[in-house]
Design a protein around this ligand. Structure first.
Ligand code: NAD
Ligand code: WQD
Length: 332
C-alpha cells in the first residue's frame, strides 16, 4: 500500500516508517518538524534501506496537504502528527486543542476530497482516565476523569473520527490506544531525544544513566501497588510500530479500536532495576512526593489485537532498556 504518515519524523512515526517499508509498503512523511529534526528521514533510510519522501508541512495547511495527496494518492494514512506533552498542555490548552484537533479535521477533509478511505489514529491510554478496573479493555469506560487538556484532545479526536465514519460508510477508522511506548530501534539510529527536561520516566532514567541528570526522582512510593510506586504498561516502540503494520491492513470500512500494550504492569522501581541491568551499574534515585494527576496503576488487555490483528508484543522491558541505552550513548 501507499501510506502517508503524518508526524512521521517523530519518535513513534519514524519506527512505524521503518516497519512499513520492511513490510513492503511505500511511505511518504508529512511533518512540520515542530518536535523533530529532518535528519531522522535519512536515518529511516539507513535502517530500512529505502528513504521515504518527506514534506515539511503543517497538517493544518489544507492546500499543502492536498498537493501531497494529488502527487502520491495514498491508499491509507497513519495520523501521528500532534502535540503530546501533558504538562505543556495544561499551560497551553489553546495550542493543544488547535493543533491536535485541526490537524485531524483538515486531514479528514482532504482524505474525503481525494478519495482516501483508511485512517489509523494515534490514540492513547489516557482516554481511559482513572481506570475503574484492570486490565483495561477496549470496552472500558473512556472520556471520564481525563486529568489534562492533552488527554481530552485525544478523546475528542476519537469522537471526531467515529462521527466521520458514521457519516461515510466507506471510511475505515482504526483507533490505536498506545500505553507507554519506550525503548529505541536496536540499530541505535532511531529513538527519543526529548527537548529539555524529560517528562517521561524512561528518557529521564536514560539521561541519569548517562550522567546528564543527578538521580531519578521517583514520584511517590505510597501507591497501592506491588512496591508502592506507579505501575504502567511499557511497550517497546518497535512492537508498537509493528502493531501499525497489522492495523493498516485491517482498516476496512467502520471503526476498529485496539489497545496496544504488553498486558503486563511494571513499576517505577522495577523499570529502574531493569535499566540498571542494561547499564551494568545501579542508577541513583530518590523517592519524592507524588506527581499531581498521576494514577497508581494502568495496564491493558491486548487480547483483542491478538485475536483480530494477529499482533502481540514480543520484546521485553529489558530489551527496551538495552535499546534505549544504546541510543542514549549515541544521542544526537
Ligand atoms: P513526537 O512529538 O515525537 O511526534 C509527533 C510528530 O508530529 C513530531 O515529529 C512533530 O514535529 C509532528 N507534528 C506536530 N504537530 C504537527 C503539525 N501540526 N503538522 C505536522 N506535523 C506535526 O511524539 P510521538 O511520541 O512520536 O507521538 C506520536 C503520536 O502518538 C502523537 O499523536 C501522540 O499523541 C501519540 N501518543 C504518544 C505516546 C507517547 O508516550 N509517546 C503515547 C500515546 C499516544
Ligand atoms: C510513568 C510512571 C510516574 C517520571 C504519560 C502520558 C500519557 C502518554 C504516556 C502520551 C508514573 C513515574 C515518571 C519521573 C517518575 N503520553 N515517573 N519519575 O504519566 O504514565 O503517561 O506518557 O500519550 O498520555 O500521561 O508516563 O513516563 O510520565 O510516568 O517516578 O521522572 O513513572 O509517576 O508512575 P505516564 P510517565
Amino acid at each position: 500500500m501507499r501510506v502517508l504518515l503524518t508526524g512521521g519524523a517523530g519518535v513513534i512515526g519514524s519506527h512505524v516508517a521503518v516497519e512499513l517499508i520492511g513490510a513492503g509498503h511505500q511511505v511518504e512523511i508529512v511533518d512540520d518538524l515542530s518536535n523533530s529534526v529532518e535528519s531522522v528521514i535519512g536515518r529511516i533510510g539507513q535502517v530500512a534501506g529505502v528513504t521515504p519522501t518527506f514534506y515539511k508541512l503543517d497538517v493544518r495547511d489544507e492546500a499543502g496537504l492536498t498537493a501531497v495527496f494529488e502527487e502520491h494518492r495514498p491508499d491509507a494514512v497513519i495520523h501521528l502528527a500532534g502535540l503530546k506533552a501533558v504538562g505543556e498542555s495544561v499551560a497551553q490548552p489553546l495550542r493543544y486543542w488547535d493543533v491536535n484537533l485541526n490537524t485531524t479535521i483538515t486531514l479528514l477533509r482532504v482524505m474525503a476530497a481525494q478519495g482516501c478511505h483508511r485512517v489509523v489514529f494515534s490514540s492513547s491510554a489516557t482516554v481511559y482516565g482513572t481506570p475503574e478496573e484492570l486490565p483495561l479493555t477496549e470496552t472500558s469506560l473512556t472520556g471520564v476523569g481525563i486529568s489534562n487538556p492533552y488527554g481530552r484532545t485525544k478523546y475528542a479526536n476519537e469522537q471526531l473520527l467515529v462521527d466521520a465514519a458514521g457519516a461515510d460508510p466507506g471510511l475505515g477508522v482504526t483507533l490505536l490506544r498506545y500505553f507507554n511506548p519506550v525503548g529505541a530501534h536496536p540499530s541505535g539510529l532511531l529513538g527519543e531525544t526529548p527537548q529539555g527536561v524529560p517528562n517521561n520516566l524512561m528518557p529521564y532514567v536514560a539521561q541519569t544513566a548517562a550522567g546528564k541528570r543527578a538521580k531519578v526522582m521517583v514520584f511517590g512510593d505510597d501507591y497501592d501497588t506491588v512496591d508502592g510506586t506507579g505501575v504502567r504498561d511499557y511497550i517497546h516502540v518497535v512492537d508498537l510500530a509493528k502493531g501499525h503494520v497489522a492495523a493498516i491492513a485491517a482498516t476496512n470500512p467502520g471503526v476498529h479500536i485496539f489497545n496496544l500494550g504488553t498486558g503486563q504492569g511494571v513499576s517505577v522501581l522495577q523499570l529502574i532495576a531493569a535499566y540498571s541491568r542494561a547499564v551494568g551499574r545501579d542508577i541513583p534515585y530518590e523517592i519524592v512526593a507524588r506527581r499531581a494527576g498521576d494514577i497508581a496503576e494502568c495496564y491493558c488487555s491486548p487480547a483483542k489485537a491478538k485475536a483480530d490483528l494477529g499482533w502481540q508484543t514480543e520484546l521485553t522491558i529489558d530489551q527496551a532498556c538495552a535499546d534505549s541505552w544504546r541510543y542514549e550513548q549515541g544521542a544526537r
